[in-house]
Ligand binder design. Structure first.
Ligand SMILES: Nc1nc2c(ncn2[C@@H]2O[C@H](COP(=O)(O)OP(=O)(O)OP(=O)(O)O)[C@@H](O)[C@H]2O)c(=O)[nH]1
Ligand SMILES: [Mg+2]
Length: 824
């Protein structure tokens, strides 16, 4: 296409002049149109839209100035350069020409070379202006068409342009913002509440340093005050390396932020959920897994991704199972159920699995999401709860519930198969003492140790249970003879002989008492067998502990009688049926009374006088010995004080302390109170404690006896010589007297050994500066021998039986000789 020639309008009333000019211009390659006066010039201008106008000043009608002024009124884009041709080269005319809007002027007569130059330059200017205008139009069209907001600021940060999208997003119009500093209006916050200093505004920074800034963290304020997040690119505007402003293009990213936040939240949930999550592609290849998945399967993320979920296959489900799962996926896009998986370690575990298909907008499955919850912990918890319900927490042995259950089952089987079974009932001997001596925690350790020994003493098919406290039971579900059960009991007793070794304390031994009941002879029901084994165990205790005892029907009668006796004993305390007898002790050398031993008697309203042999063991077993012992102590003290107050010669009264009393934490205050309440001086009180009990509490005995001694009372070790006393212990004990046990002197007259051992005991005691007393002196020979052997005090029916208080009062001041009372 040929280029359009520039069109020049020549307005001149001089026809010749027009012709000359036309010819010259056409020769230079321009197109020319003519107008012969001002009005025609305006009209032609309107129609032809020339590129420049050459205009004569002096024309009829409208002169050149008037035409020029009229052209100036046209919109800017329709105005073209006007070159005035004037013969008037005075200053005023030139001024007027420019004032009316002329672009340049040239004087007549025309100088063709100058005209040519001027025309070329004006056309060039016109072309440039046209180009610029076209560019501006294009730019503004682009700015309008842009889907992004666009604002342009000058070097001072004032708004010079805002495109329609920016107007829409911000709610401001160009007219409202033009020329204003927009930073404080639209961009002064980071997010709700936080102010954004100018120094942090990317657009102002661009104006400052000419750099391009991008940010996804900006917030713009709408005209209504609402904030919205934007993604912003700020680019500098430069002219000749000078920054003349900045263009900021921005987009509202509220939706994107919302989606991002949701995604972030979802990612966090997936990251932190306790359920394992696995995403696969449509072919089932693992694309991602979460930490819970890795924890539960044992596979790391990198081991899982790219793999097939078969990785977890347990081998526990058949093809049918997986086909069903697949069918459900096809039909409903989901499957839920319990599945067995295999961990990397090889361990199988149950999981609750939900698989869902993820579909695209066309309904095609693009991924699968599988969510597992590991049921191992649930199962473990269930099992633990079940285990706890049936087991003892301390030893982990079956408890009473489980024992009874197993016993019932074993009974049913024994009944069907006509065989015998046995229940062993164990109770540790003097376990309380272990607790008291070494603390409850060690008691617990011991119970655990006992559980272990019991378990290893029986077969796996037998059941060892802990009923509570220090009571255990053992079920032997099948025995051939009663002896089988007895053998097991014996084996257990033997296993206890081995000392216990616990850190921090010397090794020690314990024993247990065992009762045995056998099906069917001793009972056919679980409860009966348990009860009867328990009764037999009591009997074993009664017989001195560290025994086993087979149940016999008489045991029930005995147990019944024992219970009745216990009731009577309690009542006896309330009804004050106890009384004290006093047996004199005499000086061996002078046979003069030197002390009295208080001995308890029970005057039952129906049974008459009950011997201490009959009730003291029971009182000790049931703990009733503590209040009974206290009564004895108080009674003896107040009686002795009453004797003194009545003017009788003062005498020491000895009171026996039982094992339970010795263990009792209130022992010392009790003795103190008895003395204080009665007003008796401690010089007149003696306490007798059996050697057996002292040995039993060998660890604490020196301390307890020391405290008693500190009260000022005298102490005697009773029943001396029946056990193997250790000299080292004797040395440690603050006792004053040892009283040789009565049975040891029975054979004095006939047995050399008896004499030798008594002699040795006397020598031993004397060597430790202890007084020696002997109980149970019944004959003249015994008396003679003992006196000769150097005994200090003697006691026995040879001198006097125990007597009631009134009789004692009558005997004041007497000395005793065999079975008779000598007057002084
Ligand atoms: N350490 C510990 N002691 C317990 C537990 N349960 C009960 N006991 C104690 O076990 C002792 C059981 O006492 P008994 O069997 O009546 O008496 P004992 O001292 O063993 O004397 P005998 O059985 O008559 O030989 C009590 O002192 C209880 O306080 C326990 O779980 N741990
Ligand atoms: Mg016990």
């Amino acid at each position: 296409m040929a280029l359009k020639k520039p069109l020049i309008l020549v307005a001149d009333d001089d026809r010749a002049m027009r012709l000359l000019v036309r010819r010259a211009l056409e020769k230079d390659g321009y197109a020319v149109i003519e107008a012969e006066d001002g009005a025609a010039a305006l009209e032609t201008y309107e129609k032809a839209e020339p590129d420049i106008v050459l205009m004569d000043v002096l024309m009829p009608g409208m002169d050149g100035f008037a035409v020029c002024a009229a052209l100036q009124k046209l919109p800017r884009n329709r105005r073209v350069p006007v070159l005035m041709i004037t013969g008037l080269e005075d200053d005023a005319s030139v001024e007027k020409a420019f004032a009316s809007g002329a672009t340049d002027y040239i004087t007549k007569p025309l100088h063709w070379a100058v005209l040519r130059q001027r025309v070329r330059r004006l056309l060039l200017a016109r072309q440039t202006e046209k180009n610029l205008s076209a560019r501006e139009t294009q730019l503004s069209a682009v700015a309008s068409a842009l889907g992004e907001g666009l604002i342009v600021l000058d070097a001072e940060g004032r708004l010079t342009l805002i495109n329609p999208e920016a107007e829409r997003l911000l709610g401001w119009s160009m007219a409202e913002l033009l020329g204003r500093n927009v930073h404080p209006i639209i961009h002064n916050r980071r997010y709700e509440g936080a102010l954004l200093p100018e120094s942090d505004c990317p657009v102002l920074k661009t104006i400052d340093d000419g750099k391009t800034y991008r940010s996804d963290e900006e917030y713009f304020t709408r005209k209504d005050g609402a904030l919205f997040p934007v993604s912003l690119v700020s680019t500098p505007l430069r002219v000749n390396d000078r920054i003349i402003g900045a263009v900021a293009a921005f987009r509202d990213i509220s939706e994107r932020k919302e989606v991002e936040e949701k995604l972030l939240l979802a990612a966090k949930v997936i990251e932190n959920t306790t359920e394992g999550i696995m995403i696969t592609d449509a072919k089932g290849i693992i694309q991602s897994v979460n930490p819970a998945f890795c924890r539960s399967t044992g596979y790391t993320e990198s081991e899982s991704i790219g793999n097939n979920p078969r990785l977890l296959k347990s081998g526990r489900h058949d093809g049918q199972f997986y086909r069903k799962m697949w069918c459900s996926m096809q039909e409903s896009g989901q499957w839920q159920g319990e599945i067995w998986n295999r961990r990397k370690s090889g361990e199988l575990y149950a999981a609750w699995l939900t698989v869902s298909a993820i579909k695209d907008s066309h309904g095609r499955t693009t991924q699968y999401a599988a969510v597992f919850s590991d049921m191992t912990e649930d199962r473990r918890n269930q099992e633990r709860i079940k285990h706890q319900a049936y087991h003892d927490a301390l030893t982990d042995l079956p408890n009473r519930l489980l024992f009874i259950d197993r016993l019932s089952q074993a009974l049913a089987q024994a009944n069907r198969n006509h065989h015998m079974l046995a229940v062993l009932f164990l109770d540790l001997d003097r376990f309380k003492q272990i607790n008291d001596t070494y603390g409850h925690a060690l008691g617990d350790l011991l119970l655990q140790g006992v559980a272990g020994r019991l378990r290893s003493a029986v077969r796996d098919s037998d059941t060892v249970a802990r009923l509570g406290g220090d009571e255990f039971t053992i079920l032997l579900p099948q025995i051939s003879t009663v002896e089988d059960a007895a053998k097991v009991a014996q084996k257990i007793l033997c296993s206890f002989r081995h000392p216990w070794t616990f850190e921090g304390i010397p090794p020690f031994c314990t024993t247990t008492s065992i009762g045995i009941a056998v099906y069917p002879s001793d009972g056919e029901e679980a409860e009966t067998l348990m009860h009867n084994a328990d009764a037999a165990m009591y009997r074993a205790k009664e017989q001195g502990r560290n025994h086993y005892q087979l149940y016999t029907p008489e045991l029930n009668a005995w147990a019944f009688e024992r219970l009745a006796m216990e009731t009577r004993l309690r009542r006896a305390l309330e009804n004050r049926e106890f009384l004290l007898y006093y047996q004199p002790k005499v000086e061996a050398a002078t046979r003069k009374r030197c002390a009295l031993e208080a001995l308890i008697r029970w005057q039952h309203p129906d049974l008459g006088l009950v011997s201490p042999m009959e009730f003291l063991r029971l009182a000790e077993d049931t703990g009733l010995i503590v209040p009974i012992g206290l009564w004895s102590l108080e009674e003896a003290c107040s009686r002795n004080k009453a004797w003194q107050d009545a003017g009788l010669p003062p005498v020491k009264v000895a009171v026996n302390l039982s094992a339970r009393q010795l263990q009792h934490p209130n022992l010392i205050p009790t003795v103190k109170r008895a003395l204080q309440a009665s007003g008796l001086s401690p010089d007149w009180l003696e306490l007798e404690i059996s050697e057996e009990n002292i040995l039993h509490f060998a660890d604490v005995a020196p301390l307890v006896l020391g405290k008693l001694k500190a009260l000022g009372v005298a102490l005697t070790m009773d029943q001396f010589g029946k056990h193997n006393s250790r000299i080292t212990l004797l040395q440690k004990l603050p006792v004053d007297t040892v009283k040789i046990a009565a049975p040891l002197i029975v054979d004095l007259a006939v047995s050399h050994d008896a004499r030798a051992s008594v002699k040795a005991m006397i020598a031993l005691a004397h060597s430790l500066s202890l007084r020696v007393a002997v109980d149970g002196v019944g004959t003249q020979e015994q008396y003679d021998y003992l006196r000769a052997a150097g005994c200090d005090e003697l006691q026995g029916h040879y001198f006097s039986e125990p007597l009631g208080a009134e009789e004692i009062e009558k005997l004041q001041g007497v000395s005793f000789s065999g079975n008779a009372v000598d007057s002084p």
